[in-house]
Design a protein around this ligand. Structure first.
Ligand code: ZN
Ligand code: ZN
Ligand code: ZN
Ligand code: ZN
Ligand code: ZN
Ligand code: ZN
Length: 972
């Protein structure tokens, strides 16, 4: 386990050089001639002295640089700015070597390109400001689109379970990320401020939120306990994700409209000859040039224009030349070729010894090596004023022999990577044997065919490829170097067991199929789409009412193929849905942990929903967070089916809560946890249930998602009565329309053709309030994508009913149109136009028609006492008065079993969903279905720390000291 949790391993790959030599370097200000100052402490920066002309801050200690000249140093590759006095303690790795420090590369989950305010780029350390940038949806990593090629693939490891680890042996470590700390973050080690609004500075753990200075973070214990969210965190050691050839974005169920690479691939259109013949100063060319230069170079460009400088295009290999992917450097015209070489290495973030490289001019006359000692301009064939192109090349010292680094991956060995000598004759199998020996794994004992060598490209998307046993890797490496040096640098070799630690079973969730078919019919539909050769091992489960099922596969290749076929497949004009699901290992869940399953209905809250998904994925394990747009609550409930105890957070309206509860009713029988307590983050309007449970009228976007999660931890379990409403129309009334309702199995179960059954959580209304709901309903039907309606399929029916009702007052004298029996006794109704039957004491967005406690024959109602309250409303005016709190409804009855006879067709609503119900019987009785809800705790004394960062319950001495602590707990 240790091998997986530990993130970095320092390599002394830099040539040794005394830092003091820097002080003698006066050539510092020109970017291309700076001394390559390699450092032996492993941070890898190429520092040069610099005089800053505007206020600048030290990225190490966050203080300002003072003095008029030569105040500090800056790294020529990554723009790290540092005081001279701080130089000796720098620990932040340069982006030129950061990738090589990553032990287990994990691809980030990239957002669409966009603009992110007040954030800094983790590659070039500059502000993102108005440039297009991407961010990781799982961790706090930001990069300019221009810097995207140089991102470090060190995202959070979210699913690391393997059968070799046990709960007792698991140690989780902090996952440090530099910069973009929440405002006012304090260093846990020295208690001083460690965030900065001026530069990329400070460290933050991606799991527990702990913050510290870069210089202080190594003093803190390495073990991470997930901070204040650990009671609801699903640790990565409890999860495994099959090893499949799919992007993280795909695995997280994020649909990508455009690839962030589009800016790069679009440029491949121009031919080389066009490029060479074009004038280097043409306007079109110039704008493209700007795009591809790193922001650091962009800053200096205008200044360069005035001086005698030259802009050169650098290609790092044949493949880049073919695709016209180059980076530009700016150097003085009389600079020696050696300086070009160093600048070229830096622009590609290659931190190797320059002696292993050379530069060659790439012109229409072919490729010609340049003499390192002579000035570049004199050697170039490209005419003055035109932009020269050069190749950066690797010098093969021995074309037949070299060595490769092999990493142990998740093998149980304590050592890091091993250098293995390879010749042009070595096969993959030879390398596996040598590596096994070097890692101390007995070769006789273990058959090399049980292992495989994997080539991993630590690109922005981390891709891997298994080498065939008779491949000759040295030839592959040499070819790769010719094609792209950068890609070669980013390639690694891992020794891995052939079996996937995830195990043989891979589950694909398939949704959007027709509902209510037989297993055989589903089988036929899917086989027709994916083909017989790709048949799954078994159906793990079929949700007939939802048209969804889970397919199990034993081979990752087959599962990948099926995934790719199904994601583009359409059946019955519906785009099928396919999701790859992680496996939870319940025995690995720590004691006292009740992982939180988060559902977000993005349709309820507009863009707030999307922001919440990103926030929760960052705060928790991203595999705990499900977007209801992808198959509703079923995929999440399926993933958690074996977890003995967990909680749910439903972000959405009351309709979303009802949706989650009804899915729980359906899958509950198969799940180990029968009734997980459910909390609500109310989105949109209405939210009566959320109000009653103290979660508030609606999320406005201003509240901190972290504090919501803490409230969920502190919330108390409370029962919610649920009610079955059975509508049984009189037989003669039956017509096509009613058959249509009966067939709508989404929300109602049918036993006889004409009887429909609903589960009611909040309230049930007959008459005027349902009538008005219908008006709203019609409005929402006009903009259906804005609403998430359980009765969506009844659209046609509702519209027909509306037409029928024009100019008709159905609710006048309602008391004459219905008969009400409560617990077997006929109740006399007062003159009214509507009655409401309440389970919770909030209706129509927070109104209370029952009213406050008073002396009468009724008991004080609750939503768990097994009783319903019936109130009457005399008309529209009365209803408006109830809404504004001026009056209450007329108390009619209280009881646990209601029978209502509708003498005519009447508008009704269940939990705010209205329709016209034909005359007949309606029975409301207590449902056997249970729901446990979470009620937000009133008691704020337990409210601990409003610091956005951290809380250590078992060590109060370490608690981040914030003066606002007492104030905030008192204020609320
Ligand atoms: Zn400093
Ligand atoms: Zn650097
Ligand atoms: Zn950048
Ligand atoms: Zn990430
Ligand atoms: Zn941590
Ligand atoms: Zn500190």
């Amino acid at each position: 386990m240790k091998c997986r949790g530990e993130i970095i391993e320092v390599e002394n790959k830099m040539a040794e050089m005394d830092v003091d030599q820097l002080d003698n370097s006066d050539r510092a200000d020109s970017p291309a001639t700076g001394l390559s100052a390699y450092d032996d402490r492993g941070h890898g920066h190429s520092f040069v002295k610099k005089t800053f002309h505007k206020p600048t801050y030290c990225h190490h200690c966050t203080d300002m640089l003072w003095g008029l000249i030569g105040q500090g140093l800056v790294c020529e590759v990554c723009n790290f700015v540092v005081h001279e006095k701080c130089l000796r303690t720098v620990v932040s790795a340069c982006s030129s070597i950061a990738a090589s420090l990553v032990r287990n590369p994990v691809a980030h989950c990239w957002s669409e390109p966009g603009q992110f305010k007040r954030k800094f780029c983790n590659v070039c350390r500059k502000r993102l400001e108005d440039s297009l940038a991407v961010r990781c949806e799982i961790c706090e990593y930001y990069a300019h689109l221009d810097c995207h090629d140089f991102v470090v693939s060190d995202c959070k490891e979210c699913a690391i379970y393997s059968p070799t680890i046990t709960r007792a042996s698991v140690v989780h470590y902090h996952h440090w990320r530099e910069g973009n700390l929440p405002a006012n973050s304090k260093c846990l080690a020295c208690k001083k401020t460690c965030w900065s609004s001026e530069c990329l500075a400070g460290m933050r753990c991606e799991w527990c939120g702990l913050t510290a200075h870069a210089s202080c973070h190594r003093l803190l214990p390495a073990e991470c306990n997930f901070g204040s969210l650990r009671e609801i965190m699903l640790p990565s050691s409890c999860l495994s994700m099959p090893r499949m050839d799919l992007s993280v974005e795909t695995m997280m169920g994020m649909s990508k409209k455009t690839s962030p690479n589009f800016t790069v691939t679009d440029r491949s259109a121009r031919t080389i000859s066009e490029d060479w013949s074009s004038s280097g100063d043409s306007r079109n060319d110039d704008t493209e040039e700007r795009e591809r230069r790193s922001p650091r170079e962009r800053d200096t460009k205008d200044r360069d224009k005035d001086t005698e400088s030259e802009i050169i295009r650098v290609f790092d290999g044949n493949a880049s030349m073919k695709r016209r992917l180059y980076r530009t450097i700016s150097v003085p015209k009389n600079a020696p070729a050696q300086a070009i070489l160093e600048a070229a290495l830096k622009t590609f973030h290659i931190s190797d010894d320059p002696k292993n490289y050379y530069v060659a001019e790439a012109s229409e006359f072919g490729e010609r090596e340049l003499d390192e000692s002579k000035p570049i301009r004199a050697q170039l064939k490209t005419p003055d004023g035109k932009r020269p192109s050069i190749f950066l090349r690797y010098k093969e010292s021995d074309p037949d022999k070299g060595h490769i680094k092999v990493y142990p991956g998740c093998l149980k060995v304590s050592s890091g990577h091993k250098n293995i000598t390879v010749t042009s004759e070595s096969t993959t199998e030879d390398i596996i044997r040598t590596a096994l020996k070097k890692f101390g794994i007995d070769v006789h004992d273990s058959d090399p065919s049980r292992y495989r060598l994997i080539e991993v490209l630590l690109d922005k998307g981390v891709s891997e490829r298994t080498l065939a046993h008779n491949d000759k890797p040295w030839e592959l490496i040499k070819n790769c170097r010719k094609e792209s040096l950068r890609q070669n640098q980013m390639t690694r070799y891992y020794l891995q067991q052939r079996e996937d630690p995830h195990g043989p079973s891979i589950s694909l969730f398939v949704g959007n199929l027709p509902t209510g078919l037989s297993q055989r019919q589903y089988e036929k539909i899917l086989l027709d789409i994916v083909g017989k050769q790709n048949k799954w091992v078994r159906f793990d489960v079929i949700y007939y009412e939802y048209g969804a099922l889970v397919l199990d596969f034993s081979s990752a290749d087959k599962a990948t193929r099926v995934f790719n076929i199904l994601k583009d497949a359409v059946f019955d004009d519906k785009q099928l849905l396919v999701l790859l699901l992680p496996n939870i290992q319940p025995h690995m869940i720590p004691e006292n942990t009740n992982p939180l399953l988060v559902f977000v209905n993005v349709k309820s809250g507009g863009c707030q929903g999307l922001n919440l998904i990103t926030s929760f994925r960052k705060l928790l394990n991203p595999h705990q967070v499900f977007n209801l747009e992808n198959g509703g609550p079923l995929p999440g409930l399926y993933v958690f089916r074996n977890v003995p105890y967990y909680k749910i957070l439903a972000c959405g309206g009351d309709g979303t809560v009802g949706w989650v509860l009804s899915c729980l009713d359906n899958v509950g029988q198969d799940a180990i946890c029968q009734s997980p307590p459910l909390s609500i983050l109310p989105l949109g309007t209405g939210n009566d249930l959320a109000r009653v449970l103290r979660w508030g009228p609606g999320y406005t976007g201003g509240e901190d998602p972290l504090s919501y999660l803490r409230d969920v931890i502190d919330a108390e379990d409370i029962k919610l009565d649920r009610w079955t409403v059975i509508f049984h129309p009189n037989e003669k009334e039956q017509d096509d329309v009613k058959v249509a309702i009966a067939n709508d199995t989404n929300s109602a179960n049918t036993n006889e053709d004409t009887t429909t059954i609903f589960v009611m959580n909040n309230y049930f209304g007959i008459g005027i309030d349902a009538d008005i709901s219908l008006d709203f309903h019609q409005a929402r039907e006009e903009k259906p994508d804005k609403f998430n309606s359980r009765l969506h399929n009844k659209k046609v029916y509702v519209q027909m009913s509306l037409r029928k009702m024009v100019n008709k007052h159905p609710c006048k004298e309602l008391h004459r149109c219905i008969k009400l029996e409560v617990d077997g006794k006929l109740v006399e109704l007062p003159p009214c136009e509507g009655i409401i039957i309440l389970n919770i004491l909030s209706w129509g967005s927070g109104a209370n028609p029952w009213g406050p406690e008073k002396e009468d024959q009724f008991q004080k109602p609750t939503h768990y006492d097994g009783n319903l309250e019936v109130v009457g409303i005399t008309g529209v005016v009365h209803m408006a008065q109830i809404h504004s709190g001026l009056r209450t409804g007329i108390r009619v009855a209280q009881g646990g079993h209601l029978r209502i006879t509708l003498l005519t067709d009447l508008p009704v609503q269940v939990d705010g969903e209205p329709w016209i119900q034909p005359a007949g019987q309606v029975v409301v009785l207590r449902s056997a279905l249970k729901a446990t809800m979470l009620k937000k705790s009133k008691n704020k004394i337990r409210r601990r720390n409003t610091e956005p960062s951290i809380f250590f319950p078992e060590n109060d001495g370490l608690k981040a000291q914030s003066p606002s602590d007492e104030n905030s707990s008192g204020a609320l």
